[in-house]
Structure formats: structure tokens, C-alpha cells
Write a protein that binds this ligand. Structure first.
Ligand code: SIN
Length: 531
């Protein structure tokens, strides 16, 4: 049942008690709702009506071993290698081995993967040693979310509320027992047996990103406030090839283009990428994004180019219809000219520390998909492992959750909350200013190439900003924008803290003051009260 609070002011009143509240309606959230036992009362929250989730924007695909010439060992080895020595091997093994069953499940739901005759069609992406990425043209995420939504929305005892952001978790005696939401302009507490965070990452912490605008680090911020442990937040993945165009600043040019022969070149048409890695344009993302960043800094160029002219118009139109159409609308014909691209923040490899079934350090709180850190990605995620992780985790969580749900205890005593009243237009402008400032300073000082001085500069500015934002948060009536700003500021400060703790260059954390690798690969784990 869809109950769109934002679209319809007369939406039915929302019950105050649920078995499970799922925050986020991307792949992880939808799959959890689908797999939970039918009798449970499930509330699925989506913070905005539009734009869609990051899952829906995923172009590339889902990595899974489906071909006879591929093997689990090879997928495991590629994931470990891309993760730069920090992956949790058991997590990697489990995910890789579960992948074919996950694909079967998607097929049973009508997921329209591309085929070559009877066979599922597979593509290559960077750092994979086999063609193992299943895809639905260049809108795999869209096809996936469509397939999941078709099923989920018929589920009895499920309510989907769009336009209802979650503010904070409700903690009692060290357990998560519910959460606070923004219902129109009213704050409400909802009690539940478990909260599942499936609300994605924080691409919008950075000035340039491939993520939709709701990726503001909400899950990490809420979990941190509630006292959950966070892991490896310093590893922010920058996708090497985001379109460089003023009218489409978050548009991704899928890595699958490089898998099909596209090459990254500079303005002179030279392939500079082999200077740093013999795999060139198919090197892991951390390495390629750094090579592009260095090339742009050395040459002063505003972008580099992705050249796929070798594949011709017909192939591009069939295999990458959305990318080709979007580019042509912007006056770029990829069959005739190289595509201008820049690296941009794409994926949060760290997050709320969680097991593969989503269980976090806080009883009653689960975290799934990008908001979680299971150890699968280590210091750098292998392409197309993320939708897989979201789906497998959701499946595991839905199996685990019913055994842990407490019965309803009747009388609910709501926690105290002082609701700010003021609405000062002059002051609200500051929200936009602070938002821009944080995103720019994270990009400038905590981006692809880091130094201690830059990170410390970010830290001192963020301290002031965070203080200002917290004052707003408590004194003013909370709006979705203020809530996002507060999450953005907090999450940025946590990334900075994590980056300062890592005294090495590993994977996505490249710090010129610590150019080497530490002897032992260790996770960065932080928890409220410890910093
Ligand atoms: C892409 O299509 O390049 C993105 C795939 C991913 O992030 O795994």
C-alpha cells in the first residue's frame, strides 16, 4: 500500500506501533520488505517523493559468477585485490557464493537482465578478471527497483510513506525501540521491534557526486547519535567517470563503457592512465580516479575524456541507450567525440559496522547496503558488488529479524523532545550557505588526494559549522533541509576523524604524509563517547 504523505496531505493517519520500520526505499529496503514474513506490520519510509534512490540510478550491474569459464575463487580474489588488503574474507566469500542464488531470486521476480540468446549477458568492469557483471542495458538499478516495487507494493500489512524523513533513533536501556520522524511539519515518535537503516550513503557531502540529492549521510548520522559503532568511514569511493557538463552534474558514465572498450584520455587524446597502472582504464577505481586527478592538476585541465568511438553508433544505442540519449540531448555524440568526464564522489565504503545480516552494535538496529560496513569492500569497492551486497544482506536480515522481535508491551511512553519554534527567513538562508561550504571543503580537503594539513583545515572549519548547525537544529523548527544539513555536517566531521586516524595510504585513503602501507591492515572503528 502506498501512502504518499508529501503528495497527499490527506494520507491516512499513521499507526504509532510497528513490528519493523525500514528507512530507505532503494534495493536493500525493498528486498527486506519483500522477504520479511507476511504477517509482520512493516512501515517503509522514503524521505522524499522525488528524486529516486541511488539504487535506481545504478547503471552498471550486479556482479555474480554465472559463466562456466568464471569461478567463485576468481570473484573472491578480485574483490580482495580491489579492497587493498582490508576486506573481511568471510564476508567476501559469503557474498560471492550467495550471488547466483540472488540472481535466481531476481529472475523469479521478473528482473529483465539482458541476454545473449538463452544465456545471461555479462559485461566486464574495472578490476574484474572475468566478464561477470549482469546488466539490464545501462539502467540495471532502474530495472531492479521496478521488479522489487512491483512485488512489494502488493504486500499486505506494509505501508510505504514517501516524504517522511527519519530524524533520530529512540533508544531505551541500550536498545533501539523506535525512531522519530518528520510527519509534514510535525515531529512524531514511532515505536517498533526493529529499525532497519537502508538509506544509502553520503555522496552529497562532496561538491561533485554521482548520487541523487538525498544521499546526505542520514543513516550514519542517526546511528552515531544513538551510540552505534561506525567503521572505515575514511574510504569514500570516487567514480572516475562522471559527466563533466554544467547541465548534468551528477550524471554517471558507467564503468561498463570501459569494460566495452572505452579509454580515458587527456585533451590531446593521449592515454595517460598506463603511467600509473598497466591495467590503464580498467585499473581499480581508487587508482584510476587518482591518475585522473593528478593529470588534471598537472595540466590545469577542467576534465579528461572517455573515448568510446571505436564501438560505433549502433552498439552504443543498443547497449547504452540512456547514456547515449542523455549525451545526445546535451549535444555530445559519443560515437563521434570523446565524452568529457571528471571523478566524483560515488560510494561510501565504510559505514555503520554491521554483520552480513545487518546486525549492528546496537540491539534493535540493523543497517543494510551502502549505509552499512560489513568488510566486503575493504579500502575500495569492486565495481558492481554493491547492489549484490544490498540484496544479499536484505535476504539475511529478513531471515534473522523475526526471531529477534519483541512482543508489543502495550503502554508507550514517548521520549522528551523540545521542539524549536522559530522560523527566521534570514537565518534559514544560512542553511544553504553552510551546505555549500561543507560540500566544497570536503571536496577540497578530504577528497581524492589528502594531506594531514588539508584534513586538519577541514576539521577546524567543520567544528565551527557543526556547532552552528547544532544550534539551528535545537532552536529552530526542524525542516527536511535543516535535517539534511545537520546530517551532512556530522557525517563530514566523522569522515575527517576517521581519516586522521589512518596513518597510511591504502585504497581510497591516499594521504601524501603517509605514502606507504601500514604493516598490519586495521579497521578504523569509532563510537560516540570515544571522540
Ligand atoms: C557504474 O556503472 O560504473 C557503477 C557501478 C558501480 O558503482 O558498481
Amino acid at each position: 500500500m502506498v501512502d504518499d504523505a508529501a503528495a497527499s496531505p490527506s494520507a491516512a493517519p499513521l499507526a504509532s506501533e510497528w513490528d519493523v520500520v525500514v528507512v530507505g526505499s532503494g534495493a536493500a529496503g525493498l528486498m527486506t520488505c519483500l522477504e520479511l514474513p507476511q504477517g509482520l506490520r512493516v512501515l517503509l519510509l522514503s524521505k522524499s517523493s522525488e528524486p529516486p534512490s541511488a539504487s535506481r540510478w545504478a547503471q552498471g550491474g550486479i556482479a555474480a559468477v554465472t559463466r562456466a569459464d568464471d569461478s567463485f575463487e576468481s570473484h573472491i580474489a578480485d574483490t580482495l585485490r580491489a579492497g587493498a588488503g582490508l576486506c573481511d574474507r568471510p564476508a567476501v566469500e559469503m557474498l560471492v557464493r550467495e550471488a547466483p542464488a540472488c540472481v535466481e531470486r531476481l529472475l523469479s521476480l521478473g528482473m529483465a537482465f539482458d541476454r545473449n540468446g538463452e544465456e545471461l549477458s555479462t559485461t566486464l568492469e574495472a578490476a574484474h578478471s572475468h566478464r561477470r557483471v549482469l546488466h539490464a542495458q545501462d539502467r540495471t538499478g532502474g530495472a531492479l527497483v521496478d521488479a522489487l516495487e512491483r512485488e512489494v507494493l502488493h504486500r499486505p500489512a506494509l505501508v510505504l510513506r514517501k516524504g517522511m524523513p527519519a530524524l533520530q533513533l529512540w533508544i531505551e536501556a541500550g536498545c533501539c525501540v523506535g525512531l522519530q520522524v518528520l510527519d509534514g511539519d510535525r515531529l512524531r515518535w514511532l515505536r517498533c521491534g526493529a529499525v532497519v537503516l537502508a538509506c544509502g550513503g553520503g555522496g552529497h557531502l562532496f561538491a561533485h557526486t554521482t548520487n541523487p540529492s538525498q544521499a546526505s549521510g542520514d543513516g550514519v548520522a542517526m546511528a552515531w547519535d544513538a551510540g552505534a559503532r561506525l567503521r572505515d568511514l575514511e574510504f569514500v569511493q570516487f567514480h572516475p567517470t562522471c559527466l563533466f557538463h554544467p547541465e548534468a552534474q551528477t550524471f554517471l558514465i558507467s564503468e561498463a563503457l570501459r569494460g566495452e572498450g572505452a579509454v580515458v584520455v587527456n585533451a590531446q587524446g593521449q592515454d595517460f592512465t598506463r603511467k600509473t597502472d598497466p591495467r590503464g582504464s580498467l585499473a581499480p577505481r581508487d587508482i584510476l580516479a587518482r591518475a585522473i586527478d593528478e593529470e588534471m592538476k598537472e595540466s590545469g585541465a577542467a576534465c579528461v575524456y572517455l573515448d568510446i568511438r571505436s564501438r560505433g553508433s549502433e552498439f552504443l544505442g543498443q547497449r547504452f541507450p540512456e547514456i547515449t540519449a542523455t549525451l545526445r540531448k546535451l549535444g555530445i555524440d559519443p560515437a563521434r567525440q570523446p565524452i568529457p568526464v571528471v571523478p566524483a564522489a560515488h560510494y561510501q565504503c565504510g559505514g555503520v559496522q554491521a554483520k552480513l545480516n545487518g546486525v549492528t552494535s546496537l540491539p534493535g538496529l540493523l543497517a543494510l547496503g551502502e549505509v552499512a560496513c560489513t568488510g566486503l569492500h575493504g579500502a575500495n569497492r569492486l565495481a558492481s558488488n554493491s547492489l549484490l551486497e544490498a540484496l544479499v544482506m536484505a535476504h539475511e536480515a529478513a531471515e534473522h529479524l523475526p526471531q529477534t522481535l519483541p512482543g508489543s508491551d502495550g503502554g508507550v511512553k514517548l521520549p522528551a523532545w523540545k521542539e524549536g519554534k522559530a522560523h527566521d527567513a534570514d537565518e534559514l538562508v544560512v542553511i544553504t550557505h553552510n551546505w555549500r561550504e561543507i560540500r566544497q571543503l570536503m571536496w577540497d580537503y578530504v577528497g581524492i588526494a589528502r594531506t594531514n594539513k588539508r584534513i586538519l583545515r577541514a576539521q577546524s572549519r567543520l567544528q565551527l559549522l557543526l556547532q552552528e548547525v547544532q544550534e539551528f537544529y535545537w532552536d529552530f523548527r526542524v525542516t527536511p533541509d535543516l535535517l539534511e544539513l545537520r546530517n551532512l555536517a556530522l557525517c563530514s566531521a566523522l569522515i575527517v576523524e576517521s581519516a586522521l586516524r589512518r596513518h597510511e595510504s591504502r585504497g581510497l585513503n591516499a594521504n601524501a604524509d603517509y605514502p606507504g602501507l601500514a604493516k598490519v591492515a586495521k579497521d578504523t572503528v569509532i563510537r560516540a563517547g570515544e571522540i
